[in-house]
Design a protein. Structure first.
Length: 297
């Protein structure tokens, strides 16, 4: 289906070209046009390229979403990919929707997941997804550092003239990342139940146990068996709160809360936003830790 939709986008562009005068090709502005596929990758790329005037970074998927499993490229997406000099991807299977477009592009691709030990995917029981590994690597600050280092080396291969600036920026951004989980080390309840499958790396890094993760999507809500399992886990581990994602549905979580008396809190996958650079990422991660400390402390 994804291949058919991607082909349809390409066909639409071809038909448009046949029915109207050819678009004027933009003049070379002397800049390196870097396209980041997702918001976390955009934040890391703009952190590495900060104050490098000859580089322009744009964001491909810029919408409020908690999941990209069913994302389909638009005509404007295809044009952005076509105009990119470099494409920076999260990797680890997150951008499967890019496969056909990348095959038609000659832009070098930076895979930010290189060198990161990937965890097995979880949270899709009974759902139509075949992702082997969990792609939500940016939710670990240690992995965020590796991702920025991958961006640094990838950009250096195509723009060696700015290597010193890239290196300086990467070092400065990485230095702000924290592996300090002291705020979550003394939780009364170190167990997480989330209605999004993206908190596995976060949990591992912060000494938490992710008991259950359910990825709810339209037409694929939690099953009766899953709900029963969650209710049993809440009782077994005396869990005071469960967590949804800011852009996801909370209907099932609220129903479980009414049945069990637990609270419902929101966590942020950082899949959308307005800022650039490393600070929005740091702010979101700190807020997530504060939310968990309040909910489970």
């Amino acid at each position: 289906m994804k291949k058919l939709l991607a082909a349809a986008c390409t066909l639409s562009l071809l038909l448009s070209a046949c029915s109207s005068p050819a678009a004027t090709q933009p003049e070379d502005d002397g800049k390196l046009h870097v396209l980041a596929t997702t918001y976390p990758v955009y934040l890391f790329t703009t952190a590495v390229t900060e104050d490098v005037d000859s580089v322009e970074v744009s964001l491909l998927v810029n919408q409020q979403t908690s999941c990209l499993h069913d994302y389909t490229l638009t005509v404007s997406d295809m044009k952005a990919i076509e105009g990119a000099d470099v494409i920076v991807m999260n990797g680890a299977g997150l951008e499967d929707f890019m496969a056909d477009a990348l095959a038609a592009s000659d832009a070098p691709v930076i895979d930010c997941s290189e060198g990161i030990e990937l965890l097995p995917a979880m949270g899709h029981e009974g759902h139509d997804h075949d992702t082997e590994y969990d792609p939500h690597i940016w939710m670990s600050q240690a992995s965020a550092g590796v991702m920025m280092n991958n961006i640094l080396h990838g950009l250096a291969e195509v723009d060696e003239a700015n290597l010193d600036l890239y290196t300086e920026n990467c070092s400065a951004a990485t230095a702000q990342l924290s592996a300090d989980n002291a705020g979550l080390a003394e939780l009364a309840c170190p167990y997480l139940i989330t209605f999004h499958d993206g908190f596995q790396y976060f949990s591992q890094e912060n000494g938490l146990t992710l008991l259950k993760a359910i990825e709810e999507e339209e037409g694929a809500e939690a099953s009766a068996a899953e709900i029963k399992e969650i209710v049993a886990l809440i009782a077994e581990y005396d869990i005071p709160a469960i967590f949804t994602e800011v852009n996801g549905s909370d209907a099932t979580a609220q129903a479980i809360a009414r049945e069990t008396g637990c609270a419902v809190y929101q966590l942020d996958m950082i899949m959308s936003g307005d800022g650039a650079g490393i600070q929005p990422y740091l702010d979101a991660m700190e807020k997530n830790m504060d939310t968990i400390a309040e909910a489970l402390g």
